[in-house]
Design a protein around this ligand. Structure first.
Ligand SMILES: [Zn+2]
Ligand SMILES: [Zn+2]
Length: 336
């Protein structure tokens, strides 16, 4: 089948306003790019922050979406290692310069001149997208398109947060139990960790969801766990959770802020930080994180709970993520 000239897409024209359903020209791949016919694209909380204008410099108009799963239908002449028909995944990191001090230290997640998919580069809320092949992943065959899409960011950046929490951390708290936490809980349980899940007060459904995935304890973020945590990962973008997590954490523990945006962190007494507790954030991903994570994902069956929306309902998907009430990860089905 030939490649059409036009495609359906959901486009952000003005932050704060809903995405618009439009027709766009199918993009042509540059020398290092592949053209991908998209099967599915995950909806990440970062997309909500972009759509709401909390991340301030998106290209406009923008096709959001950085959890792209599809097949290669055309390649630029510098593309190596991929063939037409290959299924690939496109993550948030779409380009790094390879020359800045961070890239030279192997920290391309902090690159001074990065390009991000669905932010600087048009993403996956469309029937086709182009992507630099050097940042794309082969995906484990054992996952179908919709199940693997959330692994590309919720899973992958969640995995980076999980590693930053320290391999010695045995009792691990997850604040916010949605797309990322439900994937990482499975990895953590598989690696013998005790997962403590913290949800909004009264969100019994999310607490039961966490227990079904192996959490040893689930409760409200206002509660203290029965045992002090060795580390906590904050997936919910709520600054007030930082002091809450510090209070729940043992001496020497680490609090990892896993999101790209968070509401203001309230003042707190030094004594809850003292005793070598640390607070850190996670930014973006490196290609190496992805290779490691997909290796784990191909060995361990990570069951993604997905809530699937057709492309045209991208605004409803964003609203579901914005409300934080979805049990699992929102995914757009592009190819029916
Ligand atoms: Zn760089
Ligand atoms: Zn993301």
């Amino acid at each position: 089948m030939g490649i059409p000239k036009r495609m359906r897409a959901m486009v952000l024209v003005s932050p704060g306003a809903p995405l618009q359903a439009v027709e766009l020209a199918v993009p042509a791949p540059g020398p290092a790019q592949v053209l991908i016919e998209i099967a599915a694209c995950g909806v990440c909380r970062t997309d909500v922050h972009i759509a709401d204008g909390e991340l301030r410099r998106p290209k406009l108009p923008l096709v959001p979406g950085h959890e792209i799963v599809g097949t290669i239908v055309q390649s630029g002449n510098e593309v190596q290692g991929f063939s037409l028909g290959d299924r690939i995944g496109v993550p948030w990191l779409g380009f790094s310069d390879g020359t800045c001090a961070y890239c030279l230290q192997g920290r391309e997640n902090l690159c001074d001149h990065p390009l991000f998919t669905g932010y600087d580069i048009d993403g996956g809320y469309a029937e086709y997208a182009v992507a630099d092949h050097r940042y794309c992943y082969r995906l484990p065959d054992s996952y179908d398109d919709e199940a693997v899409a959330p692994l590309l960011c919720a899973g992958l950046v969640g995995y980076r947060s999980y590693r930053m929490a320290g391999t010695n951390a045995r009792r691990l708290g997850f604040y916010g139990f949605g797309a990322a936490a439900h994937l990482l809980a499975q990895v953590a349980v598989h690696e013998g960790k005790e997962v403590y899940a913290f949800t909004r007060p009264g969100d019994i459904e999310a607490q039961n969801f966490a227990r079904r995935l192996g959490a040893v304890w689930a409760g409200s973020s206002q509660e203290l766990p029965p045992e002090k945590l060795d580390a906590a990962i904050l997936f919910a973008p709520v600054g007030a959770l930082v002091p809450a997590a510090l209070r729940a954490t043992a001496k020497g523990g680490t609090i990892v802020c896993g999101g790209i945006h968070m509401s203001v962190i309230p003042a707190f007494p030094y004594e809850i930080l003292w005793e070598e507790r640390a607070i850190c954030s996670v930014a973006n991903l490196t290609r190496r994180d992805g290779i490691e994570f997909f290796e784990i994902a191909s060995r361990t069956r990570i069951q993604a709970e997905t809530i699937v929306f057709p492309l045209e309902q991208a605004n409803a998907a964003l609203e579901g993520v914005r409300q934080g009430r979805l049990e699992g990860a929102a995914v757009l089905r592009i190819r029916s």
